[in-house]
Design a protein around this ligand. Structure first.
Ligand code: NOJ
Ligand code: CA
Length: 710
């Protein structure tokens, strides 16, 4: 390690001596330097407040079928500096106004031998850097195939990282906390089973990656605006501590097909002295294009329940019958089949959920297993697996839709594609039209299992294009999309705000598949959620579920997730009867807002604890959520974000002191106190626990007799 750091130091000094282009962020906090080595290799480095974040790192591409790569032999033929400052209004989000303020440096490089031009565009924000490659329209480079992108991120040391295995097909892994140098040794244990998975190396990890340096700097690496390009992973050289981009290949091993003019997604580096700085950054959205949906009035946040947890926990089934081992859509006669007695999506059961939603003020009801084909949906590499149109005999599509409408509840459609992507595209127009006909404003789509076309991976360019096609096609029909198992988001929700959520990480379902680490939810906001909202599906009150699995979380922690796991789409996942057992706690799920004017990151340490306060749009109410790691902890909330001179009621839903995610998850207590902007709360969180607070303005009458928090 020592000799390596020394070589970097020399490199660094050398960079100071050669002619470097320097780009500084508007507030002068972030600095990027760009230069060419003697061999004409592009290099960049990043400093935050004079502290190195990324040491000199190379940029470029290996091309396929080409003797000459885009790695060296460059000259700088043009540079342009500019600055940009706008404030835009997202359709939904963690805040109602977002400032997009950066200084930009455009460097045009020309490769001497070939005359090829490659532009690198850098944007320096106060808390991070975004850069991308652009290939202008040019004679000698019309169409080319990327063998590998060679973007380096040279780290300053052996940072602690919260990582999941690099994989072309899934992100549904628990995080491992380790030093970078320990990744290789831990990789095998980190790779847990999944319906489709293709890990690619002993030191490959996924973005968004969060790290912490020995001197307390938090660093996040990810990408923004992943459009028409494969998803990027990071391959670590664990001697040099250098990450190099590793793109997801297609079925024949190629990585990206580009036609000039073309551009890559933005590569992002967000850094901060506080972990909360990473969460407050809007770089990922800012590097995406403004909304392409002119009138987004049909895009509305939704709180929903669903016929879902029953299937996930094994209590009921997606399938209708056990009579057939194989289904041929259009030929199999379901009217002759005997019902298996466990089918979840029956008209009667769905009506029960609609009634529950109506009674408790939920916007929507999701129903899975409503359409024919679930008997052999999985693991069969079956092309024509679903038509997304034909309901099972016991699901009255028309009647249910009318019933929901009458009750003021909206239905959420489910399209499990089984990763038969061509089949989904084949039916997409008709399927979306059916949704319009029956008044379904949103669809949850899914991509379980290995891809069809066979050999393709979930995160290749072709698939990235498919997910995008589905989003844009849905927008034509004014349909909101919540895609599971699709590529992880990269801020595309700014451009296409009908992409209201993704899964693309290990969601609550894994709590029913053997459990997730109890601190999982303290890491997701720093990783998966950097790119956009997650349909995490919280709200489980009964932790010992039907199939014997245990949900590693306390009930109070489940409540906090509605605040800490930002999403305009939030599920209350548990069964109605479990909510009926705990009506006082359920009240928080009913009250909590979905869309925010402001968000404050009060206490944050990935893997250990996270406390967020958010002000609801429109109502003036505040909500605070705390999720805790494995150790007991007492945290602090200063209410100085409240309007001074006003007294509010804080309704606190917290763990009892003997609560524990494993042994005593339902030990919660609810109390009400009066607070003002001078109040400070000390609040206990159990292992795997947390707390949730609703803060609302209160009249004198209500405040009478309430203890005032000092
Ligand atoms: C995986 C999804 O994450 C889950 O929510 C869904 O129920 C199943 N696929 C079936 O589509
Ligand atoms: Ca999933």
């Amino acid at each position: 390690m020592k000799s390596i750091r020394l070589s970097f130091l020399l490199f660094f000094l050398f960079l100071g001596n050669i002619q470097a282009q320097v780009l500084t962020s508007p507030g002068q906090t972030l600095q990027m330097k760009f230069a060419l080595t003697e061999a004409g290799e592009p290099l960049y480095l990043v400093n935050l407040n004079n502290q190195p974040v990324v040491l000199p790192s190379k940029l470029g591409f290996d091309l396929k079928n080409d003797d000459i790569d885009l790695l060296d032999g460059f000259q700088i033929t043009k540079t342009e500096n500019s600055t940009f400052d706008e404030t835009w209004t997202p359709v939904w989000g963690e805040e109602s106004q977002i400032r997009n303020h950066y200084n930009e440096l455009m460097v045009e490089l020309t490769q001497t031998k070939t005359g090829r031009k490659m532009v690198i565009r850098f944007r320096a924000f106060d808390e991070g850097l975004g850069f991308r490659y652009e290939f202008p329209l040019q004679e000698d480079m019309g169409y080319f195939v990327v063998k590998e992108e060679k973007t380096q991120f040279a780290m300053t040391g052996d940072h602690v990282a919260f990582w999941i295995p690099g994989d072309y097909d899934t992100q549904e892994y628990d995080f491992t906390e380790s030093k970078l140098s320990e990744i290789r040794g831990l990789m095998k244990t980190a790779i847990t089973p999944n319906a489709s998975q293709t890990p690619f190396s002993d030191t490959g990890v996924q973005t968004s990656l969060i790290m912490k340096s020995a001197d307390g700097l938090y660093i996040n690496l990810h990408e923004a605006a992943l459009i028409d390009y494969p998803a990027m992973h990071l391959e670590l050289d664990d001697e040099q501590m250098i990450f190099t981009s590793h793109l997801t290949p297609d079925a024949i091993g190629d990585k990206g097909y580009l036609y000039t003019p073309a551009q890559t997604p933005w590569r992002t580096i967000i850094a901060g002295k506080k972990a909360g700085n990473i969460l407050a950054s809007r770089i990922t959205y800012n590097l995406n294009e403004p909304s392409k949906i002119e009138d987004p009035s049909w895009i509305k946040p939704m709180k929903y329940v669903g016929v879902w947890w029953e299937m996930i926990t094994g209590k009921s089934s997606w399938s209708y019958t056990n009579d057939y081992k194989a289904i041929k859509l259009g030929e199999t006669d379901y009217s002759k089949a005997s019902p298996n007695g466990t089918h979840g999506a029956t008209t009667e059961n769905v009506k029960k959920y609609i009634d529950f939603a109506a009674k408790h003020g939920f916007d929507g009801v999701l129903v899975e297993g409503w359409n024919v084909g679930w008997e052999d949906w999985f693991g069969n590499s079956k092309d024509y697996v679903f038509d997304f149109l034909t309901p099972y005999p016991d699901f009255d599509l028309k009647g249910i839709s009318a019933y929901a409408k009458e009750k003021g509840v909206q239905m959420i459609m489910h399209h499990e594609t089984s990763s038969s992507v061509r089949n989904y595209e084949r039916h997409m127009d008709e399927a979306y039209q059916l949704m319009k006909d029956y008044g379904y404003p949103a669809v949850k789509s899914g991509y379980v299992g290995d891809m069809l076309p066979r050999g393709e991976y979930h995160y290749s360019q072709w698939l990235v294009n498919h997910y995008q096609y589905a989003i844009e096609k849905a927008a034509e029909y004014q349909i909101m999309v919540n895609a599971h198992e699709a590529v992880r988001p990269t801020g595309v929700g700014r451009t296409w705000p009908n992409l209201i959520a993704n899964e693309s990480a290990r969601g609550t379902e894994y709590q029913a598949f053997g459990g997730s680490k109890a601190n999982h939810v303290t890491i997701l906001p720093f990783t998966r959620q950097i790119g956009g909202p997650m349909d995490y599906t919280p709200g489980v009150f009964e932790m010992d579920v039907f199939n014997g699995s245990h949900v590693n979380s306390t009930l109070a922690n489940q409540l906090a997730l509605y605040v800490t796991m930002y999403s305009p789409l939030q599920m209350a996942a548990d069964f109605p009867e479990n909510y009926d057992r705990f009506p006082d706690a359920f009240q928080f799920i009913k009250d909590v807002a979905l869309d925010w004017e402001k968000s404050l990151y009060l206490e944050a340490e990935p893997g250990y604890f996270l406390t967020i306060a958010r002000k609801a749009k429109g109502t003036g109410e505040w909500f605070v959520g705390n999720v805790n790691g494995m150790d007991r902890r007492t945290g602090e909330v200063k209410f100085d974000f409240l309007e001074s001179g006003k007294t509010y009621i804080a309704e606190i839903y917290g763990d009892k002191t003997d609560a524990h995610f494993k042994t005593n998850p339902q030990a919660y207590e609810i109390r009400k106190v009066a607070v003002d902007s001078n109040s400070v709360l000390k609040q206990f969180s159990a292992p795997g626990g947390g707390y949730a607070i609703r803060i609302r303005a209160a009249g004198k009458e209500e405040l009478k007799g309430l203890k005032k928090l000092k």
